[in-house]
Design a protein around this ligand. Structure first.
Ligand SMILES: NC(=O)C1=CN([C@@H]2O[C@H](COP(=O)(O)OP(=O)(O)OC[C@H]3O[C@@H](n4cnc5c(N)ncnc54)[C@H](OP(=O)(O)O)[C@@H]3O)[C@@H](O)[C@H]2O)C=CC1
Ligand SMILES: O=C(O)[C@@H]1CCC=N1
Length: 279
């Protein structure tokens, strides 16, 4: 596949690098990561993974056949500045929430092959839930390349660009909802008298078991839930509280709001671009 370069050396870039190396999709010497100024971070990544690191984006672009944009949405203009002229046949893969093909193309100043991807940080252990969308300049072969890249670090679904904000709100942000749930379960476990290490193990196994049941069982999650819930038993007592306190509504509103926020990021950024152009 040639080499892969990441512009941005944060959580998402690291999760992808870790997963790609673990899955042996790339050798460490075929991976280069760049950031803006944080040399300590580059040193840490280079020590941990044996990959190449640089502040020199031009070098990264020249060395890579796939360039992953992995900076925050607000930093995309600065992140791309200086490399536009060097983009020729490389495939651009953007993991930025909310930022459209149109905006990336405008900043690049040329029509080129761009794939937008929305992975999640479980990429680090090969378990990302990723969706990708392809711009019209992307060939079928490039789509396949991209799919196999993300399938090496989890599952990958092909969607339309206008569905990516929903994917971001659902599975891009999704791991954080689960971590938050675990934090709350741990807090509760301690309050009902368990030791934190014991509670952690029980919670983790409960999540793993339930996830695997959902994945392999032919039963709907609502049926699986019913099977845990004895009439007048403990589960019913607990779930009654979740219903009374609006658990379902909270989660639905959470995912809708996160989806909406992805759309806002695009609008905010475009406003900023217009301001920059006017200056
Ligand atoms: N975190 C997540 O779970 C997910 C994130 N994403 C997307 O991934 C992207 C990155 O997120 P995340 O990894 O969390 O962010 P981080 O803040 O952890 O990392 C951002 C990185 O971008 C670098 N950067 C900023 N400006 C530039 C520049 N001009 N040139 C080169 N590098 C630059 C920063 O370098 P420096 O430190 O030197 O400033 C830093 O290494 C976001 O767009 C987000 O929407 C998508 C899916 C999931
Ligand atoms: O919170 C964010 O904006 C990014 C996108 C999805 C996960 N993290």
């Amino acid at each position: 596949m040639g080499s892969i370069g990441f512009i941005g050396a944060g959580s998402m870039a690291e999760a992808m690098v870790a997963g790609l190396l673990k899955g042996k999709v790339y050798k460490p010497e075929e991976v280069v990561v760049a950031n803006r100024s944080n040399s300590a971070r580059l040193e840490q990544l280079s020590k941990m993974y044996g990959i190449k690191t640089t502040h020199d984006k031009e070098r990264l672009v020249k060395e890579s056949s796939i360039i992953v944009l992995a900076m925050k949405p607000k930093d995309i203009q600065a992140g791309i500045d200086g490399i536009q002229e060097l983009i020729e046949n490389q495939l651009i893969v953007s993991v930025l929430a909310g930022i459209s093909f149109e905006t990336i193309t405008n900043i690049l100043g040329k029509q080129t092959a761009i794939v937008r991807a929305m992975p999640n940080t479980s990429a680090a252990i090969g378990k990302s839930a990723t969706a990708i969308a392809a711009s019209k300049d992307v060939t079928n072969e490039q789509i396949e390349t991209c799919k196999s890249l993300f399938e090496a670090i989890g599952i990958c679904k092909l969607v339309e660009e206008n569905q990516l904000d929903a994917v971001t709100g659902l599975s891009g942000s999704g791991p954080a909802y689960i971590y938050y749930l675990v934090e709350a379960m741990e807090k509760a476990a301690i309050e009902v008298g368990l030791e934190s290490a014991v509670a952690r193990d029980l919670i983790v196994q409960t999540l793993l078991g339930a996830s695997e049941m959902i994945a392999i069982s032919e039963k709907h999650p609502s049926q699986l839930r019913k099977e845990v819930t004895s009439p007048n038993g403990t589960t019913e007592a607990g779930i009654t509280i979740l219903k009374e306190r609006g658990f379902e509504d909270s989660l639905v509103t959470c995912i809708k709001r996160a989806t909406e926020r992805a759309t806002e990021l695009k609008v905010m950024f475009e406003d900023e671009l217009i301001t920059i152009e006017k200056k």
